[in-house]
Design a protein around this ligand. Sequence first.
Ligand code: PMP
Length: 445
Amino acid sequence: LRARLLDRQAQRESAARTYARSIPVAPVAAAGAEVTGADGRTYLDCLSGAGTLALGHNHPDVIVGLQKVIGSAAPLHALDMITPQKDAFTEELLKRLPGTLNNNAKLHFCSPAGTDAVEAALKLARNATGRQGIFAFTGAYHGMTLGASSVSGPGRMRRGAAEFGPAEAQPVTRLPYPYGYRCPFGVGAEQAGELSARLMESFVTDPSSGVGRPAAVILEVVQGEGGVVPGPDAWLREVRRITAEHGILLIIDEVQTGIGRTGDFWACERAGITPDILVTSKAVGGGLPLALIAYRPDLDTWQPGDHTGTFRGNTLAMVAGEITLRTVAEQQLAERAAKLGERLRAGLRELATAHPQIGEVRGRGLMIGAELVDPTAAPDALGSLPGDGAFARAVQQACLERGLICELGGRGDAVLRLLPPLVLTDEQADSVLGRIAESLAAVTA
Ligand code: PMP
């Protein structure tokens, strides 16, 4: 069955398929952090719908909530009309929003994908400020539509938006993300953050830079697809200060980092900053498609019809989302993610002592990355070694053979990424480490 499914899909689906190629599992059943394939094998799922399944697969409360609605005659598709389910979701979300947005934000439901919420954020920023420019960061990932990909760094699986059309969709100025291990300035992450912020300020204030004030700055607090790179708190606060001082809107893309993933409900909370526009998707819909932006009420300059979409009101996603937001808060799953993440990172660092191919272990909460490098190459000024994407791919495949699903990311796909559900048990976490240890041993044998 597995071979038939995989072969048939390989013929019928586009060549741009990615997960189906790198993870040749045909999942037929799943619960919590486990997935069973059509081959009868059970896998620990450290990808969890690309970070979507905060509560894991088929969480009993989510299933019960969905079953209550299905067959109750409630409309499952309600465009963006108001339903009791949407109202309950909205209540729950508003009270979980960070800082000054808490119970004081306008929401705009989008077509249900992170990329469309990014589009909405960029359009709203331009609309509200009357300016066009956007500052974005190297290594960023914000989505696949033209606007979102034009603020993403070129890299893995992605070509620049310009390659699909005559010009980038908007004037974008790229700044260096403070990535300590591969620091663009040859210094550590903290200092890189300081230099990046100074560069931003000079672009804004120095007319000779030829850049000027943008409508917005868009960033990820922890870059996900870019290789699990956490931005230092001091840098985030500096970016917040500069943007506030110059009337530039700060868009924080919490599509991957939100809903407890990084050890805080929202990743921006640790640095104590609040964006003007917060972008969320993935886990906010509890595993079903949902995406939205939450923003300062005074920015609400939309005209009716400015950013619409047919699939903006999926009742089931509102139900799964509301249950997920509530459960993550009530069961303190962010705190759990922080603790479990520490345990996993400590285990990976221990493995690094025996395996010099692990160049750096990093992340926050259950957003974890191990950058795999070539230990025989010459180190750069910071002592960092070149990434080894082929080795990372071999480790990923060895993990799969040992029943562990994980993903790659970052420059050259050299970062092994773990995005397990927040309900991963301690035993499962230890098993994840055991399987990675065996895989490293097998690949280096
Ligand atoms: N922003 C971030 C930070 C993401 O990680 C992703 C998806 N990996 C997106 C935006 C795009 O979301 P989607 O794939 O739902 O369009």
